[in-house]
Design a binder for this molecule. Structure first.
Ligand code: S6P
Ligand code: ZN
Length: 203
């Protein structure tokens, strides 16, 4: 396999799956559905390459991939990935940032949510039973690589909706300066998100 390490892109190959997510495919994750409806549904939000050299579901294997999240906003929310728990909840993952400015949003099964700032060179360990989503909080494409177990699977359903989902507006309001100044990882509960937004806006 060959990867362009400057851009994180894998050379197209029979074992590399490529997918594109557009605004039209992400209607469940942005809070302002009216603003979303007024945007072009074909706008690309992110692209994913996944190198899967063994069948999905194989125990003991690893997959490798790259995600590129475009810069953009839906109302006040940054373009972001859908986000998921792993179906096998104890399966972990690494993310490594190639370039751009991002927020890795993490949420445990009690719905406590926190963030880690992403920038060129940051490496992130996603612990067991923790859902993960990435928002591009910068002005250029955010590129990151990922490595995850081939039997992890993806549970997209459990993070959908304002009750069960991530505290998304917390992500939308935080600037990169606020993220740098805030303790890392920034931990807050969904119930106290207004307080956190106020802290982040103030810094
Ligand atoms: C897979 C890994 C990434 C994501 C990708 C898109 O476990 O976390 O490759 O699939 O970043 O995010 P999502 O939430 O749409 O799968
Ligand atoms: Zn994952």
């Amino acid at each position: 396999m060959q990867m362009d390490w400057a851009k994180g892109l894998l050379r197209p190959d029979a074992e590399v799956r490529e997918s594109v997510k557009t605004l039209g495919q992400l209607s469940g994750i942005f809070a302002n559905t009216k603003a979303l409806r007024e945007m072009d549904p074909t706008t690309v939000v992110y692209r994913v390459q996944a190198w899967c050299p063994i069948p999905e579901g194989t125990e003991g294997g690893l997959f490798w991939g790259t995600t590129v999240v475009e810069p953009g906003l839906v109302d006040s929310e940054y373009f972001m990935t859908h986000g998921h728990f792993h179906l096998k909840r104890d399966r972990t993952e690494y993310y490594g940032t190639i370039e751009g400015e991002g927020a890795l949003v993490l949420m445990d099964e009690t719905r406590a949510t926190w963030m880690e700032p992403m920038g060129a060179g940051t490496v992130h360990f996603i612990r067991p039973r923790v859902a993960h989503r990435v928002a591009n909080i910068g002005k250029s494409p955010l590129r990151f690589v990922a490595c995850w177990p081939s039997d992890a699977g993806h549970d997209y359903e459990s993070i959908l909706g304002s009750v069960r989902g991530f505290s998304m507006s917390g992500v939308a309001r935080c600037s990169s300066k606020a993220m740098r100044d805030f303790p890392n990882p920034t931990r807050f509960s969904c119930l106290s998100k207004n307080l956190i937004q106020a802290s982040m806006s103030a810094s």
